[in-house]
Design a protein around this ligand. Structure first.
Ligand SMILES: Cc1cc2nc3c(=O)[nH]c(=O)nc-3n(C[C@H](O)[C@H](O)[C@H](O)COP(=O)(O)O)c2cc1C
Length: 232
């Protein structure tokens, strides 16, 4: 139950108190983020860590002035590949094979297969696919922060293009996907801290499905499907 307790403890902190997150806790959170699974194991993203106050102030300027950006201890920024290339994929697979003491050619057939699929899907799909992988790492960091009793605010409320410009990301082939200020809640001034956590109840959220059910519900709106399941 420890993880569930931690997830109930955490919330999207609205007001942080400026206290610094100890280095070992920060490293723990970053390690959880690094250990996240990713499609084909490519880890098509990186994490930028910012604690420089001048830089944070600039970022707040195009993040709807959300105070957590400057009241946090560290801002984590996930940046993902803007597309797949043979060079990028080979570089990761070659490192993977070196680590496993296997020849680089081990991955040749698989590498060509995914590269063909990705090429067909187009660059926009590729960037989106890489971005999705970064969110898995982002979620791991959120859970790890909760375990460490470090507050965190998952954030998409910023203008990604402006952040890309500020961090000069365009030339690097990466794009900002999502950000996570880490710090500690300022209990007295946070309107959300004592609000009850809201989540959609289990019976409206989880469906167990059989082959027969799948045939029955084909084409039916999801809300109707959920009602049918609830009445069973
Ligand atoms: C991808 C993502 C983007 C979010 N963007 C913001 C944001 O910009 N600012 C903010 O205060 N909260 C943001 N949130 C927080 C959500 O509103 C919050 O997680 C949700 O209401 C559930 O509440 P809880 O996290 O407190 O349990 C974001 C959450 C996610 C997952």
């Amino acid at each position: 139950m420890a993880l569930i307790d931690d997830l109930n403890w955490r919330y999207a902190t609205k007001k942080m108190n400026g206290q610094v997150v100890p280095q070992e806790k920060l490293e723990y959170i970053l390690e959880a983020a690094r250990l996240a699974p990713s499609s084909s194991g490519l880890q098509q993203y990186k994490i930028i860590v910012i604690s420089d106050k001048t830089l944070l102030e600039k970022i707040k300027g195009f993040s709807y002035h959300q105070s957590q950006i400057t009241d946090c201890s560290h801002l984590l920024i996930w940046v993902a590949w803007d597309g797949y290339t043979d060079e990028r994929i080979s570089s990761v697979f070659n490192d993977m094979m070196d680590e496993r003491n296997l020849p680089h050619s081990t991955m040749d057939s698989y590498r060509k297969t995914i590269l063909n699929l990705y090429e067909e899907a187009g660059q926009e799909w590729q960037a989106h696919h890489a971005s999705k992988q970064s969110y898995i790492s982002f979620a791991m960091a959120i859970a790890a922060a909760a375990e460490q009793k470090v507050d965190a605010t998952p954030m998409e409320g910023f203008i990604a293009e402006k952040l890309d410009d500020l961090l000069k990301l365009k030339e690097t082939g990466y794009k900002t996907t999502v950000i996570l200020p880490l710090g500690f809640r300022e209990t007295e001034n946070d309107w959300l801290v004592n609000m009850k956590k809201f989540r959609i109840p289990k019976d409206k959220f989880i469906m167990e499905m059989t082959m027969e059910d799948a045939a029955d519900i084909a084409g039916q709106p999801m809300e109707q499907t959920l009602d049918d399941f609830t009445q069973k």
